[in-house]
Design a protein around this ligand. Structure first.
Ligand code: DGL
Length: 261
């Protein structure tokens, strides 16, 4: 038994879509969320830069006394998870990868789309996953242009967001695609708009949030580091940006907590 918190890290607000699933599935676990904010977006940056940010983030979470880190960011995972695991080899570090495997396994049309950042789609890790699981399935790669910035501004319900989503998703509609994988943790916040554009065309939208929470649950059991049954979970928020940004993160998370009650 271990009541220390789990650290969750993202470039900004996106990892809150993972935080939501962790909080829902593991109500006794305390969580410390680190939303970088200062260096966001990561999507167009180099592997070296992202690795440096991710290392600083995990250092900070370790200072806060976490027992495990969830890298709630596909981009930081593809760039840095190997390095992080090497550096903190005595602590479980869970990364996030686009749900290419379940999408490929269940695709009837044998064609899926993956929406992610430029960095993720070009990474070796993504290529390896696609090669491993795609088989005869064609994987169409698309950058969600502007999506991260919209979510960072809290503008995901705006007309501007709808136009951005339409621009990215509409071209996929006539392509005989039956799954759209959200390979960036910011994108689930645009899910209602994405599904609105898809309409009743029978295309399923898949993200990795729940699968990651299941993996964390499994690791807690495996290493016997889960919180005690009666532990009252605490939720904290830290950032490399200013206090206003940190408060926005906290506020957003509290809204999510209300939604999942
Ligand atoms: N949320 C991130 C991801 O899952 C990255 C967004 C960004 O900073 O570009 O890929």
């Amino acid at each position: 038994m271990d009541n220390r918190p789990i650290g969750v890290y993202d470039s900004g607000f996106g990892g809150l879509s993972v935080w939501r699933e962790l909080r829902r599935m593991l109500p006794n676990e305390s969580l410390i969320y680190l939303g970088d904010g200062k260096n966001c977006p990561y999507g167009g940056r180099s592997r070296e830069e992202i690795t440096a940010f991710a290392t600083e983030a995990v250092e900070r979470l370790v200072t806060e006394g976490v027992k495990m880190v969830v890298v709630g960011c596909n981009t930081a995972t593809t760039a840095a998870v190997a390095h992080l695991r090497e550096r903190w080899s005595d602590m479980p570090i869970v990364g996030l990868e686009p749900a290419v495997k379940p999408a490929c396994l269940s695709s009837r049309t044998r064609r899926i789309a993956v929406l992610a950042t430029e960095h993720s789609l070009q990474s070796e890790m993504f290529l390896a996953t696609a090669l491993r699981y795609a088989g005869d399935v064609e994987v169409v790669k698309v950058v969600g242009e502007g999506f991260v910035e919209l979510v960072e501004r809290g503008a995901e319900h705006s007309a501007e967001a709808e136009a951005a989503v339409r621009k990215v998703v509409e071209p996929l509609l006539g392509m005989d695609i039956d799954k759209i994988v959200l390979g960036c943790t910011h994108y689930p916040f645009l899910r209602p708009l994405i599904e609105g554009v898809i309409g009743d065309r029978g295309i399923a939208v898949i993200d990795s949030g729940e699968a990651v929470a299941r993996r964390v649950k499994w690791l807690l059991e495996r290493y016997d580091i889960g919180a005690e049954e009666g532990n009252v979970a605490k939720y904290r928020f830290v950032s490399f940006a200013n206090e206003e940004y940190r408060q926005r993160l906290e506020h957003r998370a509290m809204m999510i907590a209300e939604e999942i009650k």
